[in-house]
Ligand binder design. Structure first.
Ligand SMILES: C[S@@+](CC[C@H](N)C(=O)[O-])C[C@H]1O[C@@H](n2cnc3c(N)ncnc32)[C@H](O)[C@@H]1O
Length: 298
């Protein structure tokens, strides 16, 4: 590991935690990582099967051969832009740990804005019925089920593989018996009329052409179905806005995550639909428009 990750370690070298980090951080930086220290630490903690904090107290400890082999493989893959969350198989969201694979979008802190607002409105209701459209890893549905113990949650995704991961996450967080999983396109899985007090969605909202401008990590590794919002990025959002009134109770909220530039277009779509009022744009912690909320007219 002296010159490149794939080169053999010179005889007599002791690869301690500190030495591996000192080597890996600049290596990942030179391969485009924007958080090389964090990446290196998460990968090394994974290779050693220990909490990240333990690296600091074990700086001088040598790695076993098998830990070194694991780390070598992880660093090679990270240098080729594979996201850290896929390499270690999990990501924290809203204080909960979620299993992630290449079949699901990696949960983003931005999406916590939607979850916080949803919890605010759900906690005022006795037994709210919640629908998460495009659930992916299940991060929204599961965070709501965990934090709103009286909520009945339904989650839909077009990807059967994503639903399999979401179900595993629901088991992990002990809410599997409170979430119903439906496979299909947006509201299509509802064969009988059903109403919800809240519909939440983080839909695909990147314009197709813009996907090519995203970082290699996202562009090459995250599921296209989770990103691609059609020619103007609003295709799925249009269908959500059109279909949600048939599934929202009077005064029930629709919450849609958006990109910062979509706020005007999405509020106009909601206003033009005629079934919504109280349309509001919510900002994330970076003060960027991140969620549009609208209530079904009662
Ligand atoms: C941006 S990801 C969001 C995943 C997760 N909710 C999150 O916030 O991390 C969008 C999700 O919507 C799903 N999806 C895309 N188009 C869909 C459709 N027409 N019907 C249902 N789900 C869809 C994708 O498979 C993906 O899991």
């Amino acid at each position: 590991m002296s010159n490149s990750v794939s080169s053999p370690t010179p005889a007599g070298d002791i690869w301690t935690v500190k030495r591996i980090l000192d080597w890996t951080i600049p290596h990942l930086k030179s391969h485009g990582s924007e958080s090389p220290r964090l990446d290196a630490e998460i990968l090394l903690a994974h290779a050693r099967a220990c909490p990240r904090i333990q690296l600091y107290t074990n700086y001088d400890q040598p790695l076993t051969d098998s830990q070194r082999a694991t780390m070598r493989d992880l660093v090679k893959r990270r240098a080729a832009a594979e996201p850290v969350a896929y390499l270690v198989g999990h990501r924290e969201f809203f204080g909960l740990d979620f299993r992630v694979t290449k079949d699901v979008l990696i949960p983003r802190p931005d999406t916590e804005t939607l979850v916080v607002d949803a919890i605010e409105s759900l906690k005022l209701q006795a037994a709210p019925r919640v629908l998460d459209v495009g659930t992916g890893s299940g991060c929204i549905a599961i965070s709501l089920a965990v934090n709103c113990p009286n909520a009945e949650v339904t989650a839909v995704d077009f990807s059967a593989a994503a639903l399999d991961i979401a179900k595993v996450n629901a088991e992990t967080h002990n809410v599997a018996d409170r979430i119903r999983w439906l496979h299909g396109d947006l509201f299509d899985p509802f064969t009988v009329a059903e109403e919800f007090d809240l519909i939440a969605s983080n839909p695909p909202y990147i314009a197709t052409a813009e996907i090519e401008t995203l970082s290699v990590d996202v562009r090459l590794h995250e599921p296209r179905l989770a990103l691609d919002g059609g020619p103007d990025g609003l295709e799925v959002i249009r269908h959500l806005i059109a279909g949600a009134p048939q599934h929202l109770a009077a005064q029930g909220n629709l919450l849609i995550e958006i990109s910062g530039e979509q706020a005007d277009a999405v509020t106009q779509l909601l206003a033009a639909n005629g079934h919504y009022d109280d349309i509001a744009v919510l900002k994330d912690l970076a003060r960027q428009p991140r969620v549009v909320r609208a209530a079904r007219k009662g």
